[in-house]
Design a protein around this ligand. Structure first.
Ligand code: NAI
Length: 492
């Protein structure tokens, strides 16, 4: 079998396979879905374009989806997050580095942004699909929404017959997307419209991507049904919190090896990710200060025992600054200039616009020293006698995936079990007759009973003994003995 792919080095496949084997042991959710659905092949015929950090855990997801019958092309959703050995192992599959037989992956650690958008185009561009749309992708699995965005923008500009120029207000990266679309429009003016017509649904992993989907749906522009995987309870209340609690200190340690105990850590944002971040830093003995714009989350942080302050008031106190907001312009260049000498600045929200990296590069007299890949010292006032510097992790991109290996397998088993179930839902219910459709071009969360199922799949591995409702108790609470156990509005 020959197929196109682009990864760093196929000779890493064996190392990757060992890690995948160990990860499978820690991913009971995915492995039991393989056992349950492998025989019935519910994803047969699904051709999934996947855009999600190409890690060891994602390798187990990819191989679960193929075990359920899907065909796949995969890219990472971040330029620094690929684990090259995992990417190699997925490509090699049951073959050898000389004769790979796995899945086409387009991902390597340290892509340029140009390369990143090339990989995004590759997962949506299936061999032979330009002449036969039946061969193109029919499902998307997205993280952060870049694949979905590229496709929607492509359709929009093909309808307009032209791709506009980026304006000064657009993020720098937007010009690259426009470049990809301009080139494709010149070659094949219906490419994205044709691909979009074949897509039966998208499942989206993260808060930021979900936000984009709801915006598209509100504007009536969403081209296919979407499942918001992030807001499964077993995703956002686990991955975003407990995953971060593990992978944030992992990233800081691997990047800097600075003792966190006794330091002042400032966490911007106290949503799910912020809660995990603050808890992890406190667990290491740091004194944590939280910033928030939402009075409810600010009050929660205060009641959890954190000082809540404005960034401006604590800039000179912090030793470590972590952004977790999913918002833009949270730490600006003028803030970084005021920080203590050797303060560490990192972001764990989805995009790199939380920290003003463009502004930092423009500070007068600033120089950038590479300590090692994804760890940079930005030196202010070099040679003036008042020289100071700050350490920026992963150039302002997700530091847990740039400086470390992201969340551990067990928590990702929860997130990816939701992804797998979402793909099965959208794919198996794609042809319901008009009027009976469960999924229109809107954004849905999975039914609570499936959310509970995902949790259930992880209990045995932890030795959890779940108490069973008696029939009488179930009647008293007006519940079914088998669940769901909470109303939709319950917040956990
Ligand atoms: P969330 O919406 O629960 O929390 C974000 C919080 O930031 C909110 O409470 C909001 O009020 C606050 N906020 C917004 N602007 C702010 C500002 N200027 N200053 C201070 N606080 C501000 O979202 P969640 O789930 O915590 O996700 C946050 C980001 O992390 C998203 O971009 C998400 O995609 C990403 N994410 C990253 C992961 C990783 O592995 N690195 C894992 C999961 C999510």
């Amino acid at each position: 079998m020959t197929f196109d792919f682009k990864v760093a080095d196929l000779s890493l496949a064996e190392a990757g396979r060992h890690q995948i084997r160990l990860a499978e042991h820690e991913m009971p959710g995915l492995m039991s879905l393989r056992a349950e659905f492998g025989p019935s092949q519910p994803l047969k015929g699904a051709r999934i374009a996947g855009s999600l950090h190409m890690t060891v855990q994602t390798a187990v997801l990819i191989e679960t989806l193929t075990a359920l019958g899907a065909e796949i092309r995969w890219a990472s959703c971040n330029i620094f997050s690929t684990q090259d050995e995992a990417a190699a192992a997925v490509v090699v599959g049951n073959g050898t580095p000389e004769n790979p037989q796995g899945v086409p992956v387009f991902a390597w650690k340290g892509e340029t942004l140009d390369e990143y958008w090339w990989t995004a185009e590759q997962i949506l561009t299936w061999p032979g699909a330009d002449s036969n749309p039946e061969l193109g992708p029919n499902m998307i699995l997205d993280d952060g929404g870049d694949a979905t965005l590229l496709l929607h923008k492509g359709v929009e500009f093909e309808a307009a017959g032209a791709v506009p120029e980026a304006s000064d207000d657009d993020p720098e990266e937007y010009a690259l997307i426009l470049g990809v679309l301009r080139a494709s429009l010149a070659k094949d003016p219906q490419k994205w419209t044709r691909i979009a017509a074949g897509i039966r649904g998208v499942s989206e992993e993260t808060t930021t991507g979900v936000h984009r989907l709801y915006q598209l749906a509100e504007q009536g522009k969403l081209l296919f049904p979407a499942i918001n995987v992030n807001d499964s309870v077993t995703k956002s209340k686990f991955d975003n919190k407990y995953g971060i609690r593990h992978s944030l200190p992992d990233g800081i340690n691997r990047a800097t090896d600075v003792l966190m105990g006794g330091k002042v850590a400032v966490v911007c944002g106290y949503g799910d990710v912020g809660k995990g971040a603050a808890e992890a830093l406190r667990g290491q003995g740091a004194r944590v200060i939280v910033t928030e714009i939402d009075p409810i989350c600010a009050l929660q942080a205060a009641m959890d025992g954190y000082q809540v302050a404005r960034l401006d008031t604590v800039l000179e106190q912090g030793d470590i600054f972590i952004t977790t907001t999913g918002n833009k312009d949270v730490i600006m260049a003028e803030d970084m200039v005021r920080m203590k000498n050797k303060a560490i600045v990192g972001n764990i929200g989805h995009f790199d616009n939380e920290i003003d990296m463009a502004g930092l590069a423009k500070v007068e007299g600033v120089t950038k020293v590479e300590i090692k890949p994804q760890v940079h010292e930005w030196v202010f006032d070099a040679g003036t006698g008042t020289e100071r510097s700050i350490i920026v992790l992963s150039e302002g991109r997700l530091l847990n995936l740039g400086n470390a290996t992201g969340h551990p397998s067990f928590v990702m088993s929860n997130s990816f079990a939701n992804q797998t179930i979402a793909q099965i839902e959208l794919w198996t219910k794609r042809d319901q007759p008009e009027g009976e459709r469960e999924y229109e071009n809107q954004v849905y969360v999975l039914p609570k009973i499936l959310d509970e199922k995902v949790a259930r799949l992880h209990l045995d591995a932890l030795g959890v003994e779940l108490t069973e409702l008696s029939k009488e108790q179930a009647e008293y609470l007006d519940l079914d003995v088998a669940g769901p156990y909470k109303p939709e509005h319950y917040r956990y």
